[in-house]
Design a protein around this ligand. Structure first.
Ligand code: AMP
Length: 210
């Protein structure tokens, strides 16, 4: 069965990192709205121009823009799909449901005190989007991606002030989704504390039960 999975959790919970491994090891195709929006900003497309200010302020990009993007991508994919960073509001969840059936929503839980540290020490690859952490998951060569040799950089929204704003946005807009999926009986919570591979194994266990 071609599963459609939503990854939920606050900024810094490890969604992107776990999504990368699920793609590499479990054959999922990932759609990350954050990655798509950053690419649009980098290229200066009309979507990017509209999204930039919201992203830099730690706010959500308006639903209609993100939903349009998601529709286009979902239509092009066959096979198991992993949605990383979408939906992020109840409106997005409802619109997604109208497009396709979601099989599982996996909520990655991390203690709030650890989130800011995780995000501010995060570095991302300009080339392939791979994610590192200077302390917990450092690259083999400083400043260079292990996978593609690309240059590592700090996202402009990974500063402490913006992370705090993103957490506020998360609590207000995205946290209600856990109840939404719980009511549909497809929510599974996973402890996101500990090593990347340990968290990955917990996610795989959840998938195996499906
Ligand atoms: P992420 O890479 O998932 O942390 O997303 C980075 C930023 O992109 C967020 O702080 C939002 O400004 C924007 N963004 C990503 N996904 C969405 C979404 N589903 N809805 C609205 N804004 C989004």
């Amino acid at each position: 069965m071609d599963l459609k999975i939503v990854l939920l959790g606050p900024p810094g919970c490890g969604k992107g990192t776990q999504a990368e491994r699920l793609v590499a090891e479990k054959g999922f195709v990932k759609i990350s709205t954050g990655d798509l929006l950053r690419e649009a900003v980098r290229l200066g497309t009309p979507l990017g121009v509209q999204a930039k200010g919201f992203m830099e302020a730690g706010k959500l990009v308006p639903d209609e823009l993100v939903i349009g993007l998601m529709k286009e991508k979902l239509a092009a994919i066959k096979g198991p799909v992993l949605l990383d960073g979408f939906p992020r509001s109840l409106e997005q969840a409802r619109q997604l449901e109208a497009l396709t059936k979601v099989d599982l929503a996996i909520d990655i839980e991390v203690n709030e005190d650890n989130l800011v540290k995780r995000v501010t020490l995060r570095r991302s690859c300009k080339g392939c989007g791979a994610v590192y952490h200077l302390e917990f998951n450092p690259p083999k060569t400083a400043g260079k991606c292990d996978k593609c040799g690309g240059e590592l950089y700090q996202r402009t929204d990974d500063t402490e002030a913006t992370v705090r704003e993103r957490l506020k946005t998360y609590k207000e807009k995205t946290l209600p989704l856990t109840k939404y999926y719980q009511d549909k009986k497809i929510l599974r919570s996973v402890d996101g504390e500990g090593e990347i591979s340990v968290v990955f194994d917990r996610i795989v266990k959840v998938l195996e039960k499906k």
